[in-house]
Design a protein around this ligand. Sequence first.
Ligand SMILES: Nc1ncnc2c1ncn2[C@@H]1O[C@H](COP(=O)(O)OP(=O)(O)OP(=O)(O)O)[C@@H](O)[C@H]1O
Ligand SMILES: [Mg+2]
Length: 235
Amino acid sequence: MLRIENLEVAYGKAVALHDVSMQVNDGELVALLGSNGAGKSTLLKTISGVIQPRSGSILWNDQEIHTLPSHKIVALGIVQVPEGRAVFPELTVSENLRMGSFARKDDTAVTGDMKLVFDLFPRLKERRRQNAGTLSGGEAQMLAIARGLLSAPELLMLDEPSLGIAPVIRDNIFKVITQVFEERRITILLVEQNAKLALNMSSRGYILENGKVSLEGKGSELIDNDYVKRAYLGY
Ligand SMILES: Nc1ncnc2c1ncn2[C@@H]1O[C@H](COP(=O)(O)OP(=O)(O)OP(=O)(O)O)[C@@H](O)[C@H]1O
Ligand SMILES: [Mg+2]
């Protein structure tokens, strides 16, 4: 279980997160919504240990993690797929995937997971010898997610996996996310601009506005909320 308490994060004098508290229970898919600049990526980066908070705490299974370096946080099973399809362009698809499993010692399980991600994303299998830098945007996003899965996460944090991706590929990516969530019982924290898509698939959601949590609730409650409808669903 991930528990965030009274988190404050600043870039120099500019405060990006004010007093943020939230919780992601084991086996939940939690959506994090908010407009551009609301602080969503900042929150994920702080959980991953890329950014240190100014105050507040982040607990993973009751252990404080906000003081740990990012590689130790990954080793605890908290894996972030960052915004913007981050892949190693000079490495092939297969090599990128192996980077994801770098810290794992269970070779048999890694081989099984490699097979799993190729089944989930047949396009990556077709292109496994191709340099990642030559993939299309959608393919690179698939690779970034697949690499995240290969690090055997307990908590997978996805930062806008559908950004700039054609609807067909986006649907495929979300199908895979749902499948992995259901079959592998991975806990997921999903940042997504498409509020309808995100709330429909999530157990609960949080809305972040100007660095503060302005609303939280079950996915089904938020989707019926008048304010959410107006501000995020466009009707
Ligand atoms: N490295 C940085 N230095 C200074 N300010 C930053 C830095 N990164 C982010 N910010 C600022 O912090 C605020 C939150 O940014 P963040 O990237 O977390 O927003 P976001 O919710 O992920 O937005 P988007 O939907 O556009 O990705 C913004 O005002 C942004 O300009
Ligand atoms: Mg962002």
